[in-house]
Design a binder for this molecule. Structure first.
Ligand code: SF4
Length: 252
């Protein structure tokens, strides 16, 4: 299926989406499902925002496509959650792995924990295990859904609920929780009894690959447990390129 990019759609599509977003995430997702049925998917790393979106997406979408990037270095708790999500929603999750040849070459040449050796090798690992698989995951889609929120970081302060993702060929990128607070996310999880990652109860507000994520102290920046050995300005892996170009480098 050819990718229908925003540039070939009605130029008011972003404005339409933003108008729908005023009615809340559920209304935006319902509109997006009707507008892009079969050509839209939710990107999930099974963080707190992602499980909220999965819960909403499975309620409103006729074909609730969900994909995840299995880097091969995820914590066991994330796989446990994936199983619980699959069972709770009777959901098939599309899993994208790194290209075997690239991952094998990476480990052969630099070892399994190359990311601790410097920023360039860390970025190389992220490229092989995340960025390239994301490109394959988005192929054929017209729109994708992410759990980014403005409150997560200063770099996301201008995040819009509906954007054009120029970094991925002009797909429409939906951030339905853009204006939600952390409290909003957890209120939803608890009131709807949504399954969530057990690591959140162990001091992990943001969860990525196991060797690159650690718990933080109460009150610390929610992303300070990610790539903690690096300077803040190098903390990016390329999944959300637009915000990195417009602001300081950072990623999910
Ligand atoms: Fe590799 Fe760490 Fe990036 Fe995961 S977060 S892809 S383990 S460098």
């Amino acid at each position: 299926m050819a990718t229908e990019v925003v540039g070939t759609l009605d130029s008011t599509i972003v404005e339409q989406g933003l108008e729908e977003a005023k009615g809340g995430p559920e209304r935006l997702l319902r509109w997006a499902d009707a507008r892009f049925t079969g050509r839209i998917a939710l990107a999930s790393s099974f963080g707190a925002e992602d499980v909220v979106l999965i819960d909403l997406w499975c309620q409103v979408a006729r074909l609730p496509r969900v994909f995840t990037l299995d880097t091969g270095r995820l914590p066991g708790e994330t796989y446990d959650l994936m199983e619980r999500i699959r069972a709770r929603y009777d959901l098939e999750v599309d899993v994208f792995f790194p290209q075997a040849r690239e991952a094998e070459g990476l480990v052969r040449e630099h070892g399994p924990d190359l990311f601790y050796q410097g920023v360039e090798l860390r970025r190389l690992c992220c490229h092989v295990r995340k960025v390239e698989p994301l490109t394959r995951a988005l192929a054929g889609l017209s729109a994708w859904i992410c759990g980014l929120r403005r409150e997560q970081a200063p770099t996301r302060s201008r995040l819009q609920a509906v954007e054009v993702d120029d970094a991925h060929g002009g797909l429409l990128k939906l951030n339905p929780l853009a204006d939600w607070t952390t409290e909003d996310v957890w209120a939803y999880i608890r009131s709807h009894q949504v399954p969530y990652n057990a690591l959140h109860d162990q001091g992990y507000p943001s969860i990525g690959c196991a060797p690159c994520t650690r718990a933080v102290q109460p009150g610390q920046d929610i992303r300070s447990g990610r790539w903690w050995w690096e300077n803040p300005e190098t903390k990016e892996c390329g999944l959300h390129v637009k915000e990195q170009h417009e602001h300081e480098p950072r990623t999910k």
